[in-house]
Design a binder for this molecule. Sequence first.
Ligand code: HDE
Length: 701
Amino acid sequence: MPQTPKKSTAKGTAKREVPAPRDRAGNGGETHQLPVGDEVMTTAQGAPLSDGQNSLRAGDRGPTLLEDFALRDKIFHFDHERIPERVVHARGVGAHGYLETLEAIPELTRAALFQEKGTRTEAFVRFSTVAGNLGSADLARDVRGFAVKLYTSEGNWDLVGNNIPVFFIQDATKFPDLVHSVKEEQDRGWPQAASAHDTFWDFISLMPEATHMVMWTMSDRAIPRSLRFMEGFGVHSFRLVNAAGESRFVKFHWKPRQGMQSVLWDEAVKINGADPDFHRRDLHAAITKGDLPQWDLGIQVFDDAFADQFDFDILDPTKLIPEEILPVRVIARLTLDRVVDNIFAETEQVAFCTQNIVPGIDFSNDPLLQGRNFSYLDTQLSRLGSTNFTHIPVNAPRCPVAHFQRDGHMQTMPQAGRANYEPNSFTGADRGPRADPDSGFVSAPVPESGDKRRIRAESFADHYSQANQFWRSQTPVEQEHIVGGFAFELGKCEIEGIRTRMLANLVNVDPDLATRVATKLGMDLPEASESAVPPRHDLAESPALSILKSTPQIFAGRKIGVVVTDGTPTESLAGLRKAAEAAGATVELIGPTAGGVQLGRRKVPVDHAIAGAPSVLFDAVALLPSADGAAELAKRKCAKDFVADAFGHQKFVAHSSDAQPLLTAAGVEADGGVFDLGDRSADEFVDACTALRFWERDVQP
Ligand code: HDE
């Protein structure tokens, strides 16, 4: 039966407050924000609606009327809800925060945000995976984007970086080829969010300059445990310019104050199934509960003399400058303190552009950076559909904006005054703005000369030496993971010639690495491929390149999954919770079902049912079932997998003596990483967890 229109229950006569429009400088603009709460529903034009459930029709069962402007208004907007997703970095998560200057550096830069200690600059950050589509899973083996928009008092500065300090290619013209090769293959549409396929490794094996970067992407850096636990890098050399016009080169680093941590590949695969939103959920949870993620902003500053004597070309984005040679100086701290209200309006519409810099910061001649500067504006036009994307609140500068740019799609600033050009002879409000040689942006006066040619500098020719340095700087555990990464990915290549060619390149990186990958692939080791310059294997090791060597021992921000059942002793649970909280970690309860457990006389809610919460979602686990509960769980595959995986993934495991049947059913034999809480305290367990994994456990994947 059709519904007869009901009387609206909303307060139809409530007076609606109309917020102030955006001013000339781009500030305000709250008209963009629909009020939230007990408001009268309206059309996009603001007309109040009396019925949100039924369209307008002639008679109870008659045709819908063309004059139903409310239906048309709603469906029209819905039909156009989607915009093109980003061609790369489509899947991302954003958050608001601020950058606080810890050290003023006026001698290095005139950038307004670095003139005084304590200056706070509003920030928006978007983390992303590169290859996957918008709906792909978070734990893809991939580079993570680390894009930071800083709304400085002299314009927006976008530091559009990654969590890996080098890049695959040296010249922007190769970027479309690189991206085509890694994305789904055009004749079949797969794989999604994965580099483990023929076209990617075909391209990489033919482009030796990519070898250094794939050492990183096959390492644990490409499967971070949390976006909070990874570093960020500006990658290119930029310039800092001071008030006297003197400039120096600079590389930017983001160092997570939470330490670094990654997952194992087997965990990544399972997390993607159990919780494809693992990273975005983790970031959201940390910020909303006040465990605010922070990164130190560090700089490596150097002059031409350093650049000239350095072993590699500082303009080559496939190279880094080891921190042991040029230490990172911390100058500011980034804090993320607010999740977005609306994913589309903020995370999706945020438009990062590498050419967004401010007085005091400048570009270098890195050919990749120069190409990027050309590309990002373009992509925003095709994604956001208008040159006026700077009016969208997440993109709008927080400082005054004054220019003679006019009109275009979705112009939202009613620009006043008579003149829309300059020079003009008007005065006062009709005159409009003028450029100012003293306070305006001045490019660093770097002399340039040379013949116009399509050429790759000889100083860019060494593709293997830093790859070897990266390899030798890793711990044996990390080296084994790299071998596993290559073997998995190349094992997915159907064309044998591609595998062989890649192995031949790896011989140049390190014969031991190549041999181990070949063994895992069951292939013979080929001769080394031809190399433009002889690879060096004598560069000093750089501990900063290893996660395990350089990360602080810290368990704060991590999560312990605690298995409980009816009858779990409340004192052991309370003891564990106390120890975890003292370390800044969280405890989540996992019950046999989602319905909670009976502890004494209380029914206690749980966070997860064990069938839906595999141990890969936690950093360490504790098994505190009652004796009956353990016997029941020991019969269930999900519970046995929970324990066996935690052990196999080299996690710290705590258990009560009642839990023994479950450990036995899972095939776990106690070692130094397994804590019987009958013998050892919860504090000892949590203290051990600061090592994050019990790497001594010998587990064959
Ligand atoms: Fe990007 N890149 N990129 N890129 N990139 C984009 O811009 C491009 C490169 C990076 O969260 C696109 O808005 C070219 C290096 C991040 O919104 C596009 C080249 C680094 C993000 C684009 C590069 C990055 C992007 C796609 C080689 C690390 C996500 C959507 C010359 C230093 C930003 C968009 C966000 C996004 C082009 C290489 C980082 C198409 C042509 C090197 C973090 O414009």
